[in-house]
Design a protein around this ligand. Structure first.
Ligand code: G6Q
Length: 521
């Protein structure tokens, strides 16, 4: 069954939120805290190794109640049910959206076209395991009998960003294989990658759901030609594998059909890292770590499916984001991980969120007259504190932020980690509470700058009242990473439901492609 068509602005809750916004739009976070003594505790959720502190948001209990009412009027429960059970919720492409099935290790059957899809998922995972273990152990040999040393993932968009982000994030868990990613049709990208590679010891993973993508096919063809400078056609089977739904095109390209890992139409590209698209992850960190990644995501799925909205982490994050987007008119959100390992998370989430909810037509095909998808950007702390955070602290815009951190470091450099976390918490406090004129005055006086008080004071004041979520995991592991990614997948799902858009198509990327073909020919 398709998703319902409910205009959020016509709901009772939306009208109440509009009135409520007028009541609290100028309330400072300081006041929210002073009038609600247990606020930090009341507005913190802990689920296993994950804690979400959402107390530094410009909301009170009434806001939350009304936002939950909005979710109810948008029939979110019904939508979640349809999402997990394989209903055709990607209506414009007539597809189910079942990336959650890829990490569901239970015996629950999930039916597509009257067939249970779980056995095919299991079979593919088994194939990934066997293959990864052969390559990692050196049992899989290249055409001159040498073990593989380098993996090159050739793909773009959803067939690149997820694996690249995860391999970077899990670098600590990485084995001896060097992993590279080629995506851009810019020939300098592929040239830079191949210049240091040895064809005898390199394995190429061509990832393309459709196997028609210009960038991927161009890069794969260039690489194949480079490979054939030293090797012969029959050696391709030892060095090229593919992840795709398009068997015919793979054969035509010359890849052995035994070397094909299947994908399915019910997995969207930007949600596909859990499928065989994650093969480079499994090769880089081993299949057991890949499995832990899936387990983490599955735990988040269970939490999301079964938890009342008031205590449901992805639901709360989505609702708070709707509050800023549609009532405060905030246009952007910053993702700020305090872990260098997560340096690629902001660009990964840019695709997931902006490609999904950057829509201006509702589920009835009508133009929308309210704001939808948020603009996502960000970078890692503490680096960004020395860069763009000036604007977030003292600029004219309100930019909701997600701070993501880990209680423990991986290598155990205690002092570094203490400093990292000190900065992590300090930023959220500075954003929320700022620094008053009186405080600046005192500061300048203590620092013997009394003569400069009049000239410097206004520039040193921080108004505060800048919202943030603090999302803290115990440790960066494959499992916690899986949870984190799934948390954002569900957040964007909830937002799509509320905004009444179809989150799982991406027609907006087509026109540019068509015109590029015209220019190329
Ligand atoms: C993601 C998009 C898009 C897609 C790429 C690559 O949701 O659909 O980013 O992943 O265009 O497509 P192929 O995997 O088909 O090459």
């Amino acid at each position: 069954m398709a998703l319902k068509n409910i205009n959020p602005t016509k709901t009772q809750a939306w009208k109440q939120l509009t009135d409520h916004f007028e009541d609290i739009k100028d309330t400072h976070l300081k006041e929210f805290f002073s009038t609600h003594p247990n606020r930090a505790e009341d507005f913190t959720l802990a689920v296993d190794d994950l804690t979400l502190d959402y107390s530094k948001n410009r909301i009170n209990q009434t806001t939350l109640d009304l936002l939950v009412a909005l979710a109810n009027e948008s029939e979110l429960t019904d939508a979640i049910e349809k999402y997990f059970s394989g209903d055709i919720i990607n209506s414009t492409e007539q597809r189910a959206v079942l990336h959650t099935a890829l990490r569901d290790a239970s015996d629950r059957e999930i039916m597509i076209d009257n067939a249970n899809i779980k056995p095919a998922i299991k079979q593919t995972l088994d194939k990934m395991q066997v293959f990864s273990e052969k390559v990692i152990s050196g049992q899989w040999k290249g055409y001159t009998g040498k073990a593989i040393t380098d993996i090159v993932n050739i793909g773009i968009g959803g067939s690149d960003l997820g694996p690249d982000m995860v391999v970077t994030a899990l670098q600590y868990y990485k084995n001896h294989l060097n992993t590279h990613f080629v995506s851009n049709v810019d020939g300098d990208h592929v040239s830079e990658i191949i210049k240091n590679l040895n064809p005898e010891t390199t394995l190429f993973v061509v990832v393309s759901k459709t196997f028609t993508t210009q960038e991927t096919l161009s890069n794969a063809t260039t690489i194949k030609e480079w490979f054939l400078n030293t090797a012969s056609e029959e050696d391709i089977a030892k060095h090229f594998v593919a992840v795709s739904t398009n068997l015919a095109a793979i054969s035509e390209f010359g890849i052995d059909t035994d070397n094909v890992f299947p994908m399915w139409n019910w997995v969207g590209g930007r949600f596909s890292l859990w499928s065989a698209v994650g093969l480079s992850i499994s090769l880089s960190v081993g299949f057991q770590n890949f499995k832990s990644l899936l387990e983490g995501a599955s735990e988040m799925d269970t939490h999301f499916k079964n938890t009342p909205f008031q205590e449901n982490i992805p639901v709360l994050l989505a609702l708070i984001s709707v509050w800023y987007n549609n009532f405060f008119d905030c246009e952007t959100e910053a993702i700020l991980p305090y872990s260098q390992y997560l340096s690629k998370l902001p660009s990964y989430l840019q695709q997931a969120i902006m490609e999904s909810n950057g829509k201006s037509v509702d589920r009835d095909g009508k133009s929308i007259n309210y704001q939808t998808g948020t603009i996502i950007w960000g970078s890692t702390g503490t680096n960004m504190q020395h860069a763009f955070m000036q604007l977030v602290h003292q600029g004219t815009k309100v930019i909701p932020t997600d701070f993501i951190g880990f209680e423990t470091s991986l290598y155990g450099l205690e002092d570094h980690h203490k400093k990292l976390l000190a900065n992590y918490y300090a930023q959220t406090e500075a954003l929320a509470f700022g620094k008053t004129k009186e405080e600046v005055h005192l500061d300048l006086k203590f620092n013997n700058q009394t003569s400069q008080i009049n000239t410097l004071l206004p520039f040193k004041v921080f108004e505060g009242n800048k919202p943030s979520n603090t999302i803290t995991f115990q440790k960066l592991t494959p499992k916690s990473l899986g949870k984190l990614i799934a948390m954002y997948e569900h957040k964007l799902f909830v937002q799509g439901i509320i905004w009444n858009v179809f989150s799982y198509d991406q027609f907006g990327v087509e026109l540019g492609k068509e015109l590029a073909h015209k220019y190329y020919n």
